[in-house]
Design a protein around this ligand. Structure first.
Ligand SMILES: Nc1ncnc2c1ncn2[C@@H]1O[C@H](COP(=O)(O)OP(=O)(O)OP(=O)(O)O)[C@@H](O)[C@H]1O
Length: 301
């Protein structure tokens, strides 16, 4: 179990992580979701003993990140956003190197990395620097797993990776989880939130909400409308400046809109848009997703 108690971390004036409390259960696949600068990386670096907090404490499976940092490093796998691979070593050499750092060999824990590593094994002699983004992520995951960690911490593993590789990567994570490993993964992609057991929505160093993806979606408190017209950008600006709108943001080819007044109906919104002079209007009620909850919480915080 990971227990985070009142943890804060500053960089000069910037409060990167502000008084966060959080518990992550054994064998859980836990997501930290939030935009750039929300504090996800900083919180993860605190967990893996790379930063010392201003205040508060973190216990990783009963070990304190300050007093027992050496022990934690033996039992935690960490995949940073960038630079975890040696670009001028081959695929095989990278994996062997990471195993040797922990006094282990590729053979010793091969069963754990097998599913992931087999996908890149045909390229075992290729330099890591010459792999595609998706293959680099697979190699980095293999390297983070090769010492059989109890806890795996992955910082934005799918950022900049193509959609197919992203899907494959999450399937691999599910398999890793089945080995009893606790996984903490950060992502700026809201669609990946639904693949986690629970997620924390983070913004400006704080956690706005922690729950299962379905509970987070169920907590959305407003009627949500999807709206479009021929002038997308103009419609966005008009709605933003309208006094009746609580929130509006682009969502694919639509705008997602909530109203200040909960009694506001579809027809009311339609006539409001008509009065603004828009053409080819389409308005319908729609179901909220995690992104809608996030936007709502950001608006109200
Ligand atoms: N080493 C550092 N020195 C100074 N400021 C930092 C440092 N690391 C992070 N910050 C600042 O702390 C805040 C939180 O950054 P952090 O990297 O934790 O966010 P994030 O959610 O992981 O986003 P990103 O995807 O951009 O890394 C940001 O304002 C960032 O500029």
């Amino acid at each position: 179990m990971i227990q985070i108690n009142n943890i804060s971390k500053n960089f000069g004036e910037v409060q990167a992580v502000r008084d966060i409390n959080l518990e992550i259960n054994d064998s859980e696949l836990f997501g930290l979701i939030g935009p750039d600068g929300a504090g996800k990386s900083t919180l993860m670096r605190l967990m893996v003993t790379l930063f010392i907090p201003e205040s508060g404490s973190i216990s990783m499976n009963g070990r304190d990140t300050i007093k027992e940092y050496k022990e934690i490093r033996k039992h935690v796998g960490y995949m940073p956003g960038r630079f975890s691979l040696y670009q001028d070593l081959s695929v095989e050499e990278n994996l062997a190197f990471y195993a040797s750092v922990f006094g282990s060999t590729i053979e010793e824990n091969y069963d754990l990395v097998k599913d992931v590593y087999e996908q890149i094994a045909p390229f075992r002699k290729r330099l890591a620097g010459r792999l595609s983004g998706g293959m680099k992520q697979k190699l980095a995951l293999s390297c983070a797993l090769i010492h059989r960690p109890e806890i795996l911490v992955l910082d934005e593993p799918t950022t900049g990776v193509d959609a197919v590789s992203r899907k494959e990567f999450w399937e691999m994570l599910k398999k890793v989880q089945q080995n009893g490993i606790t996984i903490v993964v950060s992502t700026p992609y809201m669609d990946e939130a639904s693949l986690c057991d629970r997620v924390a929505l983070m913004q400006k160093g704080e956690i706005l909400q922690v729950d299962t993806p379905s509970q987070i979606i169920a907590s959305f408190p407003k009627k949500l409308f999807a709206v479009k017209s021929s002038g997308h950008y103009q419609l966005l600006n008009n709605l933003k400046s309208s006094g009746s709108i609580y929130s509006v943001f682009p969502f694919g080819q639509y705008l997602h809109v909530t109203m200040k007044d909960d009694d506001f109906e579809l027809n009311d919104l339609e006539s409001l848009i008509q009065k603004q002079g828009h053409k080819n209007i389409e308005v319908h009620e729609t179901k909220a997703g995690i992104e809608d909850v996030f936007m709502y919480l950001m608006q109200s915080s």
